[in-house]
Ligand binder design. Structure first.
Ligand code: TXA
Ligand code: MG
Length: 322
């Protein structure tokens, strides 16, 4: 699949492909999405086939404007409008009660729908020209690392996609925060750039954090966002001990370094990640992919800090490692 540079012609072509029920990969600020017309069940089914994703796993519907919530959800609580006002366009997905017209193919058979207005100029341009909702999961094979470059999508999904819009590197780099607003207490189903503290500040109520929730959500599975190479998350001393031990056995090891103490590590395949959480998030998936591509015996990931601003990173690392 050839990557398409973004211009008025390719945006028009991409919108046309969506109207024809075809698949278009688009950049968002979080990760690249594999998009289809969310009102077309046949088109949506192609997403599941391309990803190798079980059909009962629900998708996020991307919208151009917050006002479009009304076309997809009903019994919309005030909290949804408050969060949309504050965080959209942005890396926040809201779970709301779906309207009867929303295809069950999109919601994995559930009575709720996930909605988000992404903060990326290419995604917003396509959404505005297309006019409807675009159902889009991350544009990777099921269970694998999400793509943060158009090239990643091409490598992983290739000809299964009809067009890949190349919008450069995703600025946020980890998937959106998901908040369920269908219960009396709002609940975070997946941590992301927007933190619980930020959500509580807007909602002026306590937000719950679910590690294991009853609704099937692939991002909640233990092994997800995972490289093919066995990866281990460990504190600095353990990492050094493992590196020594495994290197002595002749193993080829990759290391994702966080702290400065490890900067000059005696290891051929070490990548230093930023010390600031937002920059770390933006670099994480590309770094994991880079090490994974080397087909090493294992990848050792140095444990970054564990406070709230690192919650998305720690969630993804715990799922990417054994
Ligand atoms: O940042 C993102 O959210 C990216 C970009 C492309 O927007 N998308 C993304 O999609 O990460 P995906 O399909 O890889 O993850 C969507 C998550 C899944 O864990 C899914 O189960 C959950 O959203 N989800 C969708 N609809 C849901 C629903 N009705 N109830 C609970 N979880 C839902
Ligand atoms: Mg995904």
């Amino acid at each position: 699949m050839k990557l398409a540079a973004v211009n008025p012609q390719t945006i028009e072509l991409a919108a046309q492909l969506l109207r024809q029920g075809k698949l278009v990969a688009m950049p968002t600020e979080t990760v690249y999405g594999l998009g289809a017309d969310a009102s077309n069940s046949v088109a949506v089914a192609k997403i599941f086939a391309a990803k190798g994703r079980p059909a009962d796993h629900p998708l996020i519907v991307h919208l151009a404007y917050a006002s479009q919530i009304k076309e997809w959800a009903e019994n919309i609580p005030d909290s949804a409008w408050q969060l949309a006002e504050k965080f959209w366009p942005g890396p926040l997905t809201m779970i709301l009660n779906k309207k009867a017209s929303v295809p069950l193919a999109v919601t994995g058979g559930q009575a709720t729908v996930a909605l988000r207005v992404p903060d990326n100029p290419v995604a917003l341009w396509l959404l505005r020209v297309f006019g409807g909702g675009i159902a889009a999961p991350s544009a990777n094979r099921f269970g694998r690392i999400s793509p943060t470059l158009a090239q990643h999508v091409a490598e992983e999904l290739g000809d299964a996609v009809d067009c890949i819009l190349d919008g450069g590197a995703c600025t946020v780099g980890v998937e959106s925060t998901i908040i369920d607003l269908t219960d009396s207490q709002p609940t975070i189903l997946r941590p992301g750039r927007i933190t619980r503290t930020q959500l509580e500040a807007v909602l002026k109520t306590e937000v719950a954090l679910k590690s294991q929730h009853k609704i099937r959500a692939p991002g909640m599975l233990a092994a997800h966002y995972a490289p093919c190479t066995p990866a281990y998350l460990c504190v600095t001393e353990t990492l050094l001990a493992l590196l020594e031990e495994q290197s002595a056995e002749g193993k080829r090891i990759g290391v994702l370094v966080f702290s400065n103490d490890l900067a000059g590590l005696p290891c051929q395949h070490s990548l230093q990640l930023p010390q600031q959480s937002e920059a770390y998030e933006a670099a994480l998936y590309a770094a994991l992919r880079e090490l994974d591509a080397l087909q090493l015996d294992s990848i050792l990931v140095e444990q970054p800090p564990e406070n709230e601003s690192w919650s998305a990173v720690n969630d993804r690392l715990s799922k990417a490692t054994l």
